[in-house]
Write a protein that binds this ligand. Structure first.
Ligand SMILES: [Zn+2]
Length: 203
């Protein structure tokens, strides 16, 4: 049974074997980041492998459909994190009759197309706290509110799309193997709107 085809109350919780390595979600962390960190801790190279090892399936490789709240109990058992916490990281359709229209983004209803499934990040913020902020998933937000860096999806070293694989670890580019922390993007620019306001980072 796939997450997509599961209906509320039908999720196969009993078939899910809890993982040994448990991570605690950070404030503001997105669900995929929690899953990727958990995958690394349990020596999986792909989030999909970890989820499917528990009998769960995903709609597409490397990304869990964040609207499928009925998957929260199963993910909770898998990850060892309270179901309410997992459900709080998901974003159900604002109108179940129109699931591809808008989603509930922490109480704000946003067009679903605004939510990126790419791994967008600010190298500077990632270096200070290595997790992916949920706010970085919102496409119209082009820069990190913490570092004021433009959000990027590519490795600063080799230019490959970073994605959600954890082949060499969550902090490392799956293509070239170099660290995504303590690095600067190739174009480490401050967003123009911020530069004009004089609120850019010091130094
Ligand atoms: Zn790379």
């Amino acid at each position: 049974m796939s997450i997509a085809s599961s209906q509320a109350g039908e999720f196969p919780r009993t078939s899910v074997k809890p993982l040994i390595g448990v991570v605690e979600p950070f404030d503001g962390e997105c669900l995929m980041s929690v899953l990727a960190r958990t995958a690394e801790k349990n020596v999986f190279t792909r989030v999909r492998e970890m989820v499917e090892s528990a009998g769960l399936q995903v709609l597409r490789p490397e990304f869990i459909p964040f609207t499928q709240v009925q998957a929260a109990p199963g993910l909770s058992k898998l990850l060892g994190v309270e179901s309410g916490v997992i459900a709080g990281l998901m974003h159900p359709a604002s109108d179940p009759e129109r699931p591809v229209d808008k989603v509930n983004w922490y109480g704000t209803h946003l067009p679903r197309k605004f939510i990126s499934i790419d791994r967008r990040f600010s190298p500077k913020s990632f270096a200070s706290s290595p997790y992916i902020r949920a706010v970085w998933q919102v496409r119209p937000i082009t820069f990190c509110p913490e570092s004021m860096e433009l959000l990027i999806t590519q490795c600063p070293h080799c230019g490959a799309e970073v994605g959600w694989r954890v082949l060499h670890g969550f902090h490392v580019c799956a293509t070239c193997g170099r660290s995504l922390r303590h690095t600067r993007p190739r174009e480490n620019r401050v967003a123009p709107a911020v530069r004009c306001s004089g609120r850019g980072p010091s130094g």
